[in-house]
Design a protein around this ligand. Structure first.
Ligand code: OGA
Ligand code: NI
Length: 358
């Protein structure tokens, strides 16, 4: 199976629709009743995903390190989603990364169109995920680029403007690769594996890292649509830099949707499908989606830390027992991610459907 060379129908930029000032949402974006967001009120508003101070992982206080690891372990098991502060990435760099991308999306459409993407690789400026003709679309545009492996990184496919973008995104990505390494070591140890187990299973130095910058324009009827439909991230782990002012990310917990309240200069970390597979479902990827609003645009940077595309991934033998046999067959990430690239976001249906019959 390969992705087609081109989109099944002409691409419409959501930002152009939004800026045209239309009052009613076009039919293409109207979700079926069951998928529409219900704005949560009352007691659920107090719930938030765990917030973890990672400082203890960088110092030499072993008691503090142990407590931090325990908090990460609990967050991975109970939530699969948490925010981190004291993560070692400079707040000023985080702000610059967000601002260069805001600068990109606020350029004239002709400039952005030079980077229009295709479903073949998805790299560049895009407005849909999936190639099903006539599909109901999400209310967002995005930019997708590769940082690692080095052979896939191509500065020419990154925006040339704002002029500092390539440099800022190189610096930002290098920092996030470091942070990802720290988190994968913590996850490995917490799972009872060698500290470098997950990193090695991902391909050692040769892992994949890509950035998806999501741009959610103001929406005339936010209660009828979604900025990004429910999905779990197909890769290893995601480090999200959310908008500093505008909430929108919702995480599914016990059947209801919790809106994440972003903490200043925190990152949001979540487990992807490949860690669910490698951990034999001790850790689970979690469904999430994005709601939009009529008052403010929203911008987020999702950094995906993934296994190399051509390695076979399967549950760690250390985590496979007679009581808990391997739940997933071996598969490469290149094969795995074709599903979302063809069908678009579909909750957790892919990883669930892979479960070996028992
Ligand atoms: C994603 C994602 C969330 C957000 O890009 O996979 O889940 O808040 N983004 O934009
Ligand atoms: Ni996601």
């Amino acid at each position: 199976m390969n992705c087609p060379q081109d989109w099944p129908e002409p691409i419409v930029r959501v930002q152009s629709l939004s800026e045209s000032g239309l009052k009613a949402l076009p039919d293409r974006y109207i979700k079926p009743q069951t998928q529409r967001p219900v704005i949560i009120s009352g007691s659920q508003n107090d719930v938030n995903i765990p917030l973890i101070d990672l400082g203890g992982l960088f110092g030499d206080d072993s008691a503090l390190r142990a407590t931090t690891l325990a908090r990460i372990s609990e967050a991975c098991r109970e939530w699969g989603f948490f925010q981190v502060v004291n993560h070692g990435v400079s707040p000023e760099l985080m702000d610059r990364a967000r601002e260069v991308w805001r600068g990109f999306f606020h350029q004239p459409m002709e400039v952005k169109q030079d980077y229009a993407n295709s479903p073949k690789t998805y790299e560049g400026y895009g407005s849909r995920l999936g190639v099903t003709k006539g599909a109901i679309l999400d209310w967002s545009d995005y930019y997708f680029l590769h940082y690692l492996p080095g052979c896939l990184k191509d500065h020419k496919k990154w925006p040339a403007r704002p002029s500092s973008l390539r440099e800022v995104i190189d610096e930002y990505s290098a920092e996030l690769v470091k942070l990802s390494g720290v988190l994968l070591r913590a996850f490995s140890g917490n799972l009872g594996l060698e500290e470098d187990y997950l990193q090695n299973a991902f391909g050692g130095e040769d892992i994949g890292a890509c950035l998806r910058v999501n741009f959610y324009p103001k929406c005339p009827q936010p209660d009828l649509t979604l900025g990004l439909s429910s999905h779990s991230d197909p890769g290893g782990m995601t480090i999200l830099l959310p908008d500093e002012h505008v909430p929108g990310l919702q995480v599914r917990k016990n059947g209801s949707w919790i809106t994440v309240k972003p903490v200043s200069h925190a990152f949001i970390v979540n487990i992807g499908d490949q860690i669910q597979v490698l951990s034999n479902a001790i850790y689970k990827s979690v469904e999430h989606r994005v709601i939009v609003n009529s008052a403010q645009e929203r911008l987020s940077l999702a950094f995906f830390y993934n296994p190399r595309g051509d390695l076979l991934l399967q549950p760690a033998t250390e985590l496979v027992t007679q009581e808990k046999p391997a739940l997933y067959p071996a598969m490469t990430f290149d094969q795995y991610r074709l599903f979302i690239r063809m069908k678009g976001p579909q909750g957790k249906s892919q990883v669930e459907s892979l479960k070996s019959p028992r």
